[in-house]
Design a protein around this ligand. Structure first.
Ligand SMILES: Cc1cc2nc3c(=O)[nH]c(=O)nc-3n(C[C@H](O)[C@H](O)[C@H](O)COP(=O)(O)OP(=O)(O)OC[C@H]3O[C@@H](n4cnc5c(N)ncnc54)[C@H](O)[C@@H]3O)c2cc1C
Ligand SMILES: Cc1cc2nc3c(=O)[nH]c(=O)nc-3n(C[C@H](O)[C@H](O)[C@H](O)COP(=O)(O)O)c2cc1C
Length: 783
């Protein structure tokens, strides 16, 4: 077999090693345009888990690599004069040059031919090869040459960065967030061998310009960075090696294989340096390719297997990298944060590390985070314990005069079980049991302001006396039997009205018994949905009056809070999104115009709703669709509602148009809450695939939302909050007297279960290489 590998970086060399080990008879040649020891950059970083992989695949290169490594366990975050260190991370650094020399040596040893100073510009010279590996890096010529086939998507990020080095020793992966007169600069730094550390500097384009970095040469820009970070460098120089300022391109390719050619490493996909995974991905690609070549009967089948088997893992890493880079791009959002909360945000930015996870590894750090959170709550006038604070989830909050005992919320969820809009005993039990279950705040399902405002025939309403008294019964029960507050969500279905019950076909039009529907513009939801009528001013006035009447009824029911539903493609959302609003009057066109009617309705409701009671608005912070609402629009929307008197923005997303492309995942909507909260400076509630109390605490402690709503988890577990309270030892959580023996038991058992789980996790956790190295270097104790 003949294999040609274009590119002698980590991907190409490691692929050559593994393939040659597998097929000692194969003729494998690596073509590299540079000289053998001619490499840019300084260090690379691997996690312990990646090293474990290397150990399995090729022990000789693994041993040589690890001999050269610098290990560390801690991440240190420097921000506004404070340093926070978190242990247990298990990383190691190595010089990129040494890594490549080791891989070259090992490849040679195995009989791979290495052709340096050989630039390949056409694959036709390898017509007789069975496999051509395209490992030609981030600017891959071959990916570009076959662009129509590979279909790469290149997202050039806004921040600029430069990769430098220093002789400054470091004993932790170090993030420095530096305020300057021009704006924030960030250093990502780690040691990779004795006396050598990598320094990646990052800043936003405006700060870059203001700092006069544009047009400076390498030496001049290194001098400027040395001035900024001089206090930390302590006289150590900054070193350069093609350390040009650049923008990071996030690359994704639709296809990785063309005939017998296959993309590997940065050529096919990149991962942002803030999660340090570029070299890891490149070498793990090589592992995946070698495994596929071993298992599949033909090269074609192997390439298919490689792409199919590897894509998900790469996309997961890229997603984590995306989330991380966005955090760094928007670091100014958190600049006013308490340093410990800021450090918590850095640690938890890409979702892999959570509150509980950190509690295990760095209990003192989390205790400090809790204290800072409690101090903020105390500053709002609550008499909470700051010395031994409860976890953030169990800290109280106030909106106007409404106090909520904890931050867990039952998200609004239609039950499709009303009769002519009247909530039934099902609703009493449903809301009642969730209130007893300990959540601080319960939202009703979308309750419709008129018969024709309903989504389905099973939706609740609040347009007549019978409905009013049925709701009053529920509210009274909640108030009499729990500590929960209850918020009424009012809405109008718009073009998604007259549809079937969820279990009969979500959003599908009713076959019989439907009613006339209205929307901002006459665009049906599905092509075969009913055509909505475009609202004229009279219809708008009628709808506004219906919202006001329902508001007045809501007040008579005794609801503590009121939410206006402007999300998920319903009537008011249909005005806000350009995808559903094509009006040419003053209610269409600009975002300001599109917001006009929803704001009018909100203001009318606000006037009818008692001043001391809070109001929220639920928005879709993105339509997940080309040309639709974006996170930036959501900030403008939130600001507009805040000016109109909203106390909380309930940040949801999507459901505007059928062909949306949502990116699901754990806590997938939380970044939008984060953006709205920390850019519009308004309190937010986040929601969406948040399933554990650990996630709730992670979100709150990082300042990404003020309240956390859970929908589906509450459907199957009314006592979600009570159970979480037992886990975190929040004794004060409400429990009705009838259930106290259960509460006592779960609190008692939770202490033990938690201890057992922690012991198990500690025992199961393999020692990091830094720990092993420290142990090995300890003098033997005298017998
Ligand atoms: C600022 C910065 C910091 C980084 N920090 C880290 C980090 O801390 N940890 C980490 O793991 N990764 C890091 N990376 C990423 C890492 O450098 C790459 O992800 C990794 O090197 C990818 O390996 P590769 O083999 O795919 O590509 P490369 O290492 O780029 O190798 C491609 C090779 O192909 C050669 N080549 C290109 N075209 C041709 C041609 N036509 N003919 C012959 N040869 C050709 C090039 O000369 C090059 O040697 C960082 C990257 C940057 C930019
Ligand atoms: C059965 C069901 C009904 C829902 N009804 C409503 C509703 O009436 N109003 C609303 O704003 N959101 C509604 N939602 C959306 C939820 O409030 C929540 O935003 C969504 O389920 C994501 O949260 P989760 O992942 O915790 O379930 C509903 C969701 C479900 C599953």
């Amino acid at each position: 077999m003949k294999i040609a590998i274009i590119g002698g970086g980590p991907a190409g060399l490691y692929a050559a090693i593994l393939l040659r080990k597998q097929r000692p008879q194969a003729e494998i040649t690596v073509y590299e345009r540079n000289r053998a020891d001619d490499t840019f950059g300084f260090g690379v970083v691997f996690s312990d888990a990646t090293l474990d992989n290397f150990e399995k695949c090729d022990p000789p290169s693994y041993r040589r690599i690890t001999q050269e490594f610098a290990y560390w366990d801690d991440i240190a975050v420097h921000f506004r004069g404070a340093v926070h260190r978190v242990g247990g991370n298990g990383f190691c650094g190595c010089s990129r040059r040494k890594l490549l020399l080791i891989l070259q040596e090992r490849a040679r040893e195995l009989g791979v031919a290495l052709r340096f100073e050989t630039e390949i510009d056409d694959e036709s010279r390898f017509a007789d090869a069975d496999l051509i590996v395209l490992a030609d890096g981030i600017n891959s010529r071959f990916r570009e040459k076959h662009i129509a086939h590979f279909e790469p998507e290149v997202d050039v990020r806004s921040n600029v960065f430069a990769w430098m080095g220093s002789t400054r020793p470091l004993d932790a992966f170090t993030f420095i967030f530096q305020e300057t007169e021009w704006g924030p600069f960030i250093a990502h730094a780690y040691q990779y061998e004795a006396g050598r550390s990598t320094w990646i500097f990052e800043t936003d384009p405006a700060t870059f310009k203001r700092a006069g970095l544009e047009g400076l040469n390498e030496k001049q820009s290194a001098d400027r960075m040395a001035e900024i970070f001089g206090w930390f460098l302590k006289g150590h120089p900054l070193l350069t090696n093609r350390s040009m300022w650049r923008n990071f391109p996030m690359i994704r390719s639709k296809r990785w294989v063309k005939d017998k050619m296959v993309l590997l490493g940065d050529a096919k996909a990149t991962a942002h340096f803030s999660i340090g995974s570029g070299t890891k991905l490149a070498m793990e690609d090589a592992i995946a390719l070698a495994e596929a070549m071993e298992q599949a009967p033909t090269v074609d089948a192997a390439l298919q297997k490689y792409e199919e088997g590897r894509r998900e893992e790469v996309e997961k890493t890229q997603h984590a990298a995306d989330v991380s880079l966005v955090w760094f791009e928007h670091v100014d959002r958190f600049w006013e944060f308490d340093p410990v909360q800021f450090a918590f945000g850095v640690m938890t930015r890409s979702k892999a590390i959570t509150y509980d996870n950190l509690t295990l590894r760095a209990p003192d750090f989390v205790a400090e985070v809790d204290k800072a959170f409690a101090r903020q709550v105390r500053a709002k006038g609550f008499d909470v314990d700051v010395e031994k604070p409860l976890a953030p989830m169990f800290q109280p909050m106030r909106l106007r005069e409404m106090e909520i005992a904890n931050r867990a919320v039952v998200s609004p969820m239609c039950m499709y079980s009303a009769r002519e809009g009247v909530p039934t005993d099902f609703h009493l039990v449903h809301y009642g049991s969730r209130a007893i279950g300990g959540a601080g705040l319960i939202f009703t399902e979308m309750t419709c302001v008129g018969r024709d405002a309903r989504i389905t025939p099973g939706c609740t309403g609040l347009w007549n006396d019978e409905q009013e008294s049925a709701w009053r019964r529920i509210v009274d029960f909640v108030h009499a039997n729990s500590a929960a507050k209850i918020c009424l969500q009012l809405g109008h279905a718009g073009r998604k009205g007259a549809t079937k019950l969820m279990w009969d076909g979500m959003d599908r039009p009713l076959e019989e018994g439907g009613w006339d529907i209205v929307s901002a513009s006459p665009i049906p939801y599905f092509p075969d949905s009913k055509m909505p009528r475009e609202m004229d001013r009279a219809a708008m006035d009628a709808v506004k009056a219906a919202f006001v009447q329902a508001t007045e009824r809501g007040e008579r029911c005794g609801f503590d809070m009121l939410e206006l539903h402007c999300a998920h493609g319903y009537l008011l959302a249909s005005f806000i999104s350009p995808l559903t609003n094509q009006r040419t009057d003053e209610y269409g066109g600009s975002l300001e115009n599109r917001l006009r009617f929803p704001l009018e309705v909100f203001e009318a409701m606000r006037s009818a709703w008692p001043t001391h009671k809070p109001m929220s608005v639920r928005i879709s912070a993105t339509d997940w669709a080309e040309g639709g609402i974006t996170g930036d629009d959501a900030v403008t929307i939130a600001r507009a509602f805040a000016e109109a008197g909203v106390d909380l923005v309930d940040v949801s997303t999507g459901q505007t148009v059928r062909d949306a492309q949502p990116v699901y995942g754990r806590m997938f909507q939380t970044p939008f809450s984060d953006q709205v909260r920390n850019e519009a400076r308004v309190a937010t509630m986040c929601v969406g695939n948040i399933t554990t109390a650990d996630q709730v605490n992670t979100i709150l402690a990082a300042g990404r939302a003020d309240l956390v709503a859970l929908g589906r988890p509450h459907l199957v577990d009314p006592a979600f909050t009570l159970k979480a309270a037992a886990w975190y030892g929040a004794e004060g959580v409400f429990c009705p007297p009838q259930y106290l023996p259960g509460k006592e038991q779960i609190f008692r058992n939770s202490v033990r279960d938690r201890q057992d789980l922690e012991d198990l996790k500690i025992k199961a956790k393999p020692k990091t290489r830094a720990e092993l190295k420290a142990e090995a270097s300890k003098p033997l104790a005298a017998e």
